[in-house]
Design a protein around this ligand. Structure first.
Ligand code: ATP
Length: 214
């Protein structure tokens, strides 16, 4: 079973790595693909370039053999829709392997704004990482109905079927966000506890995030 973690990774931080490690262990994933988004359709543009964000991911995951960088969204023209990525991975990896789209609860709460979101489950499962610290997210009535129709509580089902289920997995809290890290760097504050050392060295060498966004 393969996990897919999409994100802006502007920059990748320990919250992302903890998420991937916790879900990998709990779900018994054989691999997690980190998939940086090129032009996130519903987000402000990243501050670091696509190349810099991908490089930071490769630095952060270098010591974890079960993690890999997947740059397909950076190579595609136009917006990076998750449904297209799932379709491409399904075509590439075959019909039988279980694919799990790994999402924080905040990301799932915004799912109904994603391109063709209701078809995502044709290509993979959705695993929602729930954190003890996280605020309760109110889902829209439509998203809640869709969630309830596909939610399963048995992990075996994710291994037995290649796609189609929504599963919740509790993970330990690590209250870190890329937004807070960028703001701290712009103010010259320490962020050593939030990033891997190699990523922080690269940020300093490239002089990233020194200015606040306008
Ligand atoms: P930003 O602050 O710029 O919005 P972010 O830190 O939330 O960025 P994203 O690239 O938007 O990072 O997140 C990618 C995925 O990682 C999302 O599914 C998100 O829910 C999850 N995630 C982000 N931060 C954490 C964290 N501290 N713990 C667990 N999951 C996280």
């Amino acid at each position: 079973m393969i996990g897919l973690l999409g994100g802006t990774f502007d920059p990748i931080h320990l919250g992302h790595l903890r998420l991937a490690q916790a879900l990998s262990a709990a779900l018994k994933l054989s691999m997690v693909r980190f998939i940086p988004a090129a032009v996130p359709p519903h987000r402000p543009q990243p501050q670091a370039s696509a190349h810099q964000r991908a490089h930071m991911v490769s630095l952060a995951i270098a010591a974890c053999p079960e993690f890999m960088l997947d740059t397909r969204e950076l190579q595609r023209d136009g917006p990076s829709y998750t449904v297209n990525t799932l379709q491409a991975l399904r075509a590439e990896l075959g019909q039988h392997v279980s694919l799990c789209l790994l999402l924080g609860q905040d990301a799932f709460a915004g799912l109904a704004g994603w391109h063709h979101w209701q078809t995502l489950l044709e290509y993979g499962h959705i695993v929602i990482a729930t954190r003890p610290d996280s605020a309760t997210h109110d889902y829209s009535a439509k998203l809640q109905r869709w969630h309830d129709a596909h939610h399963v509580s048995a992990l075996e089902l994710l291994h037995e079927q290649p796609a189609g289920c929504i599963y919740h997995q509790a993970i330990p809290a690590l209250p870190v966000s890329a937004t807070a890290i960028r703001a701290a760097l712009a103010k010259g504050e320490a962020v050593d506890a939030c990033l891997s050392g190699a990523v922080l060295d690269y940020i300093r060498a490239e002089q990233l995030y020194l200015n606040r966004p306008c």
